[in-house]
Design a protein around this ligand. Structure first.
Ligand SMILES: Nc1nc2c(ncn2[C@@H]2O[C@H](COP(=O)(O)OP(=O)(O)O)[C@@H](O)[C@H]2O)c(=O)[nH]1
Ligand SMILES: [Mg+2]
Length: 443
């Protein structure tokens, strides 16, 4: 314990997801603080300062500041955070804004704002990192479909690679839905994906389409972003829970990436949660068998795919929260392994984490699980992106907006990179269990 994460939220989506994330992280720590004093568990995400945020609970913790940098090229989303209830979590060394936005243009965010703000961003990062004793990871939150999160967000990723090569770059990227209102989102996503493949250590892709399906259809899109973003916040708090709280099997981010990324560029992790519902109070007693039944169902995935029927699983992390015994997990795991298609050289490839502190969104301290898997069904996301991209690119529609800031060949390089990714995952999907190869000596 005691290793820090610095969150970098970029663009509207990144900052709105960040708001839900910080709210949830604070709620969790408020609920589990023992004597109302700053403790180790909080130091992953927060530091203790002279004047800062006070946890609004009966046992108050005074003066918290988030380990975060807030960036947007327009004013709205960051201003809303600073002027809202979370405002005092951040000081002026932690945010950076411009006024005119990136016009939903990846190249504008990447090339223009990247060059303009490089030094300012490095200075903000320096401030954030000098307060850490043992910085483990950068946690980047952004969308793929717009201009700032997508363009400047991926520019920052390569800055991090150059200036902090030893620190993990863990990215949560929100992918646009088919009916996205940003016309150029297929270009932005494709260009950003190329950067994620080259410069991130690990990416959790989350599709808005999958999130939409999980929040009530009666609320308007704008309003339901809060509900959708809360699901993303659950993934992030869950992922980091065993770095922050006690548990019988702690798993930290390094272990996840070591276990789940067998090839450096194939670092995309499918995420799913169980139970997963925003309509509470809905569940009676959650049993381990429910969690195992649901976790690989389409409805529980945060991208639109079915890992039970499509593709091969390369490796998986099952992170449990709440009162869960390892002996019970093992018996369910045996059944699950028999049901899923696992790559033959990693048939035991499940990393298990157990954290005692239950998830906030599971009432009555019931258990829950987050699955992160490196799974070949992810090609469906890349395929969909490619189809949407080609629909515009075959006609070169809107290309001139981009060539103001970049060479046109970057489109082709990004497309080539995506095709490579699809081909690599498909190669693994089509590997059949190979008895001859399995009989080879193990050296
Ligand atoms: N899940 C989610 N998606 C968002 C949110 N805000 C914007 N988006 C999506 O993000 C894309 C647009 O990017 P946005 O973050 O607004 O642009 P930027 O400010 O230029 O980075 C579109 O696909 C939107 O549907 C949000 O709060 N939550
Ligand atoms: Mg914006």
């Amino acid at each position: 314990m005691g290793r820090e994460l610095v969150t970098i939220q970029v663009g509207q989506c990144g900052n709105q997801v960040g708001r839900q994330f910080w709210t949830m992280a604070l709620e969790e720590h408020a609920k589990h603080t023992k004597n109302g004093i700053f403790d180790e568990s909080m130091s992953t995400f927060f530091r203790n300062v002279e004047h800062g945020y006070d946890l609004p609970m009966s046992q108050r913790i005074k003066n918290l500041r988030a380990r975060a940098v807030l960036i947007d090229m327009e004013q709205g989303p960051v201003a809303e955070t600073l002027n809202g209830p979370l405002g005092e979590l951040f000081d002026s060394s932690q945010f950076l804004t411009d006024v005119s936005g990136s016009g939903n243009n990846w190249a504008h965010g990447y090339a223009l704002y990247g060059a303009k703000y490089k030094e300012d961003i490095l200075e903000k990062l320096r401030c954030a990192t000098e307060h850490c004793d043992s910085l483990q990871s950068f946690f980047i939150l952004h969308s793929m479909g717009g201009g700032t999160g997508s363009g400047l967000g991926t520019y920052i990723l390569s800055l991090l690679e150059d200036h902090y090569p030893e620190v993990y770059r863990f990215t949560t990227a929100i992918f646009p839905s088919a009916d996205d209102d940003v016309i150029t989102s297929p270009y932005n996503s494709m260009l950003a994906l190329h950067q994620l493949t080259e410069h991130a250590d690990c990416v959790i892709p989350i599709e808005n389409e999958a999130l939409f399906a999980k929040v009530s259809s009666t609320t308007s899109k704008e309003k339901s972003f809060d509900g959708m973003n809360r699901i993303v916040a659950r993934v992030l708090t869950h992922l980091t829970s065993s770095m922050r709280f006690e548990g019988s099997l702690n798993v930290d981010l390094n272990e996840i990436t070591t276990n789940l990324v067998p090839y450096p560029k194939l670092h995309y992790l499918l995420s799913s949660l169980s139970p997963l519902t925003t309509k509470s109070p809905s569940y009676q007693t959650v049993r381990l068998s429910h969690l195992f039944n649901d976790i690989f169902h389409v409805q529980n995935q945060l991208i639109q795919t079915s890992p039970r029927t499509n593709g091969v699983m390369l490796a998986c992390g099952l992170l449990f929260r709440g009162n869960v015994q390892i002996s019970n997990v093992q018996s369910h795991l045996t059944k699950l392994k028999a049901e899923m298609k696992l790559i033959y050289w990693n048939e035991d490839g499940f990393k298990i984490g157990l954290c005692n502190v239950p998830s906030l969104d599971c009432p009555k301290n019931q258990p829950s699980v987050l699955a992160l898997s490196n799974h070949g069904c992810i090609v469906e996301t890349f395929d969909r992106m490619q189809q949407r991209f080609l629909k515009l690119y075959r006609r070169k529609a809107h290309v001139h907006h981009y060539t103001e800031y970049m060479e046109e060949c970057q489109f082709d390089l990004a497309l080539e990179s995506n095709r490579w990714l699809i081909a690599e995952y498909n190669k693994l999907n089509s590997i059949q269990e190979s008895p001859c190869e399995r009989q080879l000596p193990q050296f």
